[in-house]
Design a binder for this molecule. Structure first.
Ligand SMILES: NC(=O)c1ccc[n+]([C@@H]2O[C@H](COP(=O)([O-])OP(=O)(O)OC[C@H]3O[C@@H](n4cnc5c(N)ncnc54)[C@H](OP(=O)(O)O)[C@@H]3O)[C@@H](O)[C@H]2O)c1
Length: 349
């Protein structure tokens, strides 16, 4: 079948279009094969093309090293898919061939820059009715990443968010634009940090305060604002050194970062030492900040059909949500415009 694959890690010249990729096979009864109508790209695709996370992902692909001599290549990148179910495993009762679905495929599996992709049934969800396949393919990976950080790790939900002060660092990216809208849908007060170029977009998404990180000292600007209940950090690096001081103390306030050295540690140090290093780093930082009265957490993308069901519900109700809150175009259009969208069939032509 047609696919974009890589046969080694490197820069863009390792990408190869082939018509001879092996057709995916259902190995487990809970799996489905999806015909890809649209896929999209995320920063992780660029990083994986260069070999990021290869040690941990290969361990996940073959934990017992049973496939000695085999490699992960040819490897298909792409995590997001919107498409139609073509075939279901015997244990799948929730979906049937012909259903329109969306999903984010975990990075240890073959990706979506392909005509067909196989996924576990519990990673798949019905596509929002109000979106085309091309629009829908912009959302699952960033939506699930934001959902994991905010809801699963951060503990925020529709019923405990009202009036909470939220700071989103890197608000104009894929994860950030989704997070702004989710937090506004849950009635929080959102302070968004992005570049000046993106401030109109982020305001239209509903952010209450927008701060340009390129206009002077960001830390000083943020210190003039009231303290926050929750910080989502999509930027990482030096932000971690000062951002936790912006949280309310001894009130359950939490800082969650999506930029962690988890996979890099394993690439550099191997599985055992990398995991040990990761454990020590996250453990010591968590304890240090706990003693100061705030929570420090790492978050990761988590594939989840049930979470996508909840996101689809928000998306399908989003147009009216958007109309009430903002006077501009549709809730979704901004999300889709914020990502580069790749439709394999269009690309091939
Ligand atoms: N842990 C995980 O499982 C996981 C999963 C998904 C993503 N991530 C990570 O999360 C981060 C965000 O992902 P994404 O998909 O949203 O990436 P993205 O679409 O590339 O967005 C990143 C955004 O950050 C902004 N930015 C850069 N430097 C900034 C700064 N100093 N202050 C404020 N904003 C700044 C950029 O805006 P400008 O271009 O305007 O500067 C850009 O819009 C990435 O580092 C990604 O690797 C982690």
């Amino acid at each position: 079948m047609p696919s974009w694959v890589i046969d080694r890690y490197g820069s863009n010249d390792v990408l190869r279009f082939t018509r001879d990729m092996v057709f995916p096979v259902i190995h487990f009864p809970n799996e489905v094969i999806i015909k890809v109508h649209a896929a999209s790209l995320n920063p992780i695709d660029l990083s994986m093309r260069s070999g990021y996370g290869a040690t941990a992902l290969n361990m996940k692909r073959d934990p017992l090293k049973l496939k000695a001599g085999e490699t992960e290549f040819p490897l298909t990148l792409g995590r997001d898919v919107s498409g139609v179910v073509m075939e279901c495993g015997l244990g799948v009762s929730y979906f049937k061939p012909g259903d329109e679905v969306w999903a984010a495929i975990p990075p240890w599996k073959q990706g979506t820059l392909s005509e067909f992709v196989v996924a576990s049934g519990n990673e798949v969800s019905f596509k929002p009715k109000c979106l085309s396949h091309t629009e829908a393919a912009a959302l699952p990976y960033v939506g699930l990443t934001a959902w994991s950080a905010i809801n699963q790790v951060g503990g925020l939900n529709q019923s405990n968010c009202s009036g909470k002060r939220i700071l989103i660092l890197g608000a104009s990216g894929g994860v950030g634009t989704f997070a702004v809208q989710l937090m506004k849908a849950w009635d929080a007060h959102v302070t968004a940090v992005c570049s000046h170029d993106a401030s109109t977009l982020v305001k239209k998404l509903g952010a209450d305060d927008v701060i340009d990180y390129k206009s002077g000292n960001l830390e000083e600007q943020l210190k003039t604002l009231p303290l926050f209940d929750f910080i989502l950090d999509n930027v990482g690096g030096s932000t971690e050194k000062w951002a936790l001081d912006l949280l309310k103390k001894w009130s359950g306030a939490t800082y969650v970062t999506l930029v962690t050295p988890f996979l890099i540690n394993m690439d550099k140090l191997g599985v055992a030492d990398g995991m040990l290093q990761t454990g020590v780093t996250v453990g010591s930082k968590t304890l240090k900040h706990l003693l100061k009265g705030v929570h420090y957490r790492w978050a990761f993308f988590m594939p989840s059909g049930p979470s996508l069901d909840e996101i689809a519900e928000l998306v399908d109700s989003g147009k009216s949500l958007q109309q009430q809150r903002f006077s501009s175009d549709g809730f979704i259009v901004f999300l889709c415009e914020s990502k580069r969208i790749l439709n394999p069939s269009v690309n091939e032509e």
